[in-house]
Design a protein around this ligand. Structure first.
Ligand code: ADP
Length: 158
């Protein structure tokens, strides 16, 4: 099974990485794709986000990272993916993820959305919180993967 894990990853967090590690066990091949969400403003460029993800996923042989555009469901089809993987941290994510998954089902019923539940220890974790901690010089080690703590600190600390 070939899976697609789309998101903003601005930047990748420990929560994202846990999802990637778990999804890489379910899928034979997993593509992480950085997609544009028109409702979001990004701190890191797509190229920076791709490099940060690659640094954190170097140990996962069946995982690759791409920069995408257009509709996620079309991207999944064009890349030959059978499923779209997304994560749910709390009830707040559920509504959004459910409407996305249902819309994608309408657009293409061949591609299944798989929703993975976040580990409780990561359910508070978001890229926004990681950026806020970094801006104020806080300890990032519980927020972003060890491999990129210094990169994020250097880039965001004021
Ligand atoms: P998007 O802008 O597409 O929501 P994000 O990078 O914020 O992109 O999130 C990508 C996916 O990862 C979403 O399905 C989100 O619910 C999930 N996710 C985000 N943070 C975590 C976390 N801490 N644990 C598990 N899943 C998460």
């Amino acid at each position: 099974m070939k899976g697609l894990y789309p998101g903003s990853f601005d930047p990748i967090t420990i929560g994202h990485l846990d999802m990637i590690e778990r999804a890489s066990k379910i899928c034979d091949e997993l593509i992480i794709v950085i997609m544009k969400n028109p409702n979001k403003k990004y701190e890191f460029t797509e190229k920076e986000r791709k490099e940060l993800i690659e640094k954190c996923t170097a140990h996962l042989e069946n995982v690759t990272v791409e920069i995408g555009e257009g509709l996620t469901i079309d991207y999944a089809k064009n890349r030959g993916c059978h499923s779209i993987i997304r994560g749910i941290r709390a009830i707040a994510d559920y509504e959004y993820e459910l409407s996305m998954a249902t819309s994608n089902m309408k657009l293409n019923s061949e591609i299944e959305t798989i929703l993975l539940v976040a580990k409780p220890e990561y359910s508070f974790l978001s890229s926004s919180i990681a950026k806020e901690v970094a801006h104020y010089g806080g300890d990032l080690s519980s927020f972003v993967p060890e491999a990129i703590v210094k990169d994020i600190q250097k880039r965001l600390e004021k």
